[in-house]
Design a protein around this ligand. Structure first.
Ligand code: ASP
Length: 344
């Protein structure tokens, strides 16, 4: 049976650490790719991946399907009102609407997505319903909401007082200027930046899991860039950009300024590079380099990070800027936050 204490202890020992403290920089260890066959396993972006992985692990450690694991894992940040960049409590667009983007993909190549969905706390589950109950891949805006309501989802107000306050503060200048590396609290602690108006400009949870049968699935969900134009869609719900899974090869997901990821079809690129023999980290690095090469001046001031896993359960990440973290959970390691390598 899964023993959380034992895993935490094991991970602390293997990382050479005295204690695992989620609020301490000490548990951010340098990236090390796993070498052995390594599943079940779940990995996800940013610090909040730790709590999300823990719920995904409940599914994986009891023999469940990777698809269920990633859906249930990302429910955690989607429901967390303190997380202002995913789901409930997400920062709104410039007109005050919380619009959510999400997609999901399974080991059979099935996928579903919702774009600019309002009023539904768990867009990932609506995306799964699009995949399972319709002949389509994507539903957007009012149509996605109508479908969600037909499927029994509850209509809710997702704009929390904290996010409304941040938006009203932002309206005073109304300048769209995404701040990079706000995503990682630990990084902020180590290298504090002056944050205008709000603490979290953007962030996405991208999660990839391999179950005990070796099947891979992924999920990606976000409220996108804070104060975006109403109707703006990022990379996160776009299959091939924010997420891609090929059960023969592996999976990839992205976070950061979505426009640059879409321009380069980032996650598909990462998976195709792994197919050609790149390690997950090398594939993520190549995808980042394409972005930098095409727009070097833009890239200096934005963050984009990719996270990938291959069929053997080897994982890796690479970002434009320092400060990209991801969480890993398998039978040997739990609650492990790893620092992705970066160009700058
Ligand atoms: N990729 C997301 C978007 O562009 C935001 C993020 O991950 O920071 O909407």
């Amino acid at each position: 049976m899964f023993n959380r204490r034992k895993f935490i202890k094991a991970s602390a020992l293997s990382a050479g650490l005295l204690a695992i403290d989620k609020n301490s920089i000490a548990n951010v260890i340098p990236h090390e790719e796993t070498k052995a066959e390594n599943f079940p396993i779940v990995i996800s972006t940013w610090d909040f991946g730790i709590a999300a992985n823990a719920d995904a692990w409940k599914v994986l450690s009891t023999g469940g399907r990777a698809l269920d694991a990633v859906e249930q894992g990302v429910w955690v940040p989607e429901a967390d009102e303190n997380n202002q960049s995913v789901g409930y409590g997400g920062l709104p667009d410039r007109d005050g609407h919380v619009t959510l983007d999400a997609c999901i993909m399974d080991e059979l190549g099935n996928c579903g997505a919702v774009l600019a969905l309002e009023h539904i706390k768990h867009p990932i589950s609506v995306a799964r319903k699009v995949m399972e109950k319709t002949p389509h891949v994507m539903l957007a805006g009012d149509g996605a909401l109508q479908f969600a309501l037909e499927q029994g989802f509850k209509k809710e107000n997702l704009l929390t007082p904290a996010s409304e306050k941040a938006w009203k503060e932002w309206l005073k200048t109304a300048k769209y200027a995404p701040v990079m590396n706000i995503e990682n609290k630990l990084y902020q602690k180590a290298a504090p930046q002056k944050l205008p108006g709000n603490q979290y400009n953007h962030d996405t949870i991208g999660m990839l899991a391999i179950d005990a049968k070796g099947n891979i699935s992924g999920a990606c969900t976000t409220s996108g860039m804070a104060y975006k134009l109403h109707g703006r869609i990022g990379d996160s719900p776009i299959i091939g950009a924010g997420l891609y899974v090929d059960n023969e090869v592996g999976g990839a997901t992205s976070t950061g300024v979505g426009e640059e990821v879409v321009r380069n079809v980032g996650s598909f690129l990462v998976v195709e590079l792994m197919r050609q023999g790149y390690t997950p980290e090398a594939a993520c690095k190549e995808a980042v380099m394409r972005i930098i090469k095409k727009k070097p001046e833009t890239a200096k001031n934005i963050q984009v990070g990719f996270l990938a896993i291959n069929k053997k359960g080897e994982y890796g990440a690479y970002a434009i800027q320092k400060g990209f973290s991801y969480a890993v959970c398998n039978a040997e390691k739990q609650d492990l936050l790893i620092k992705g390598k970066s160009y700058y």
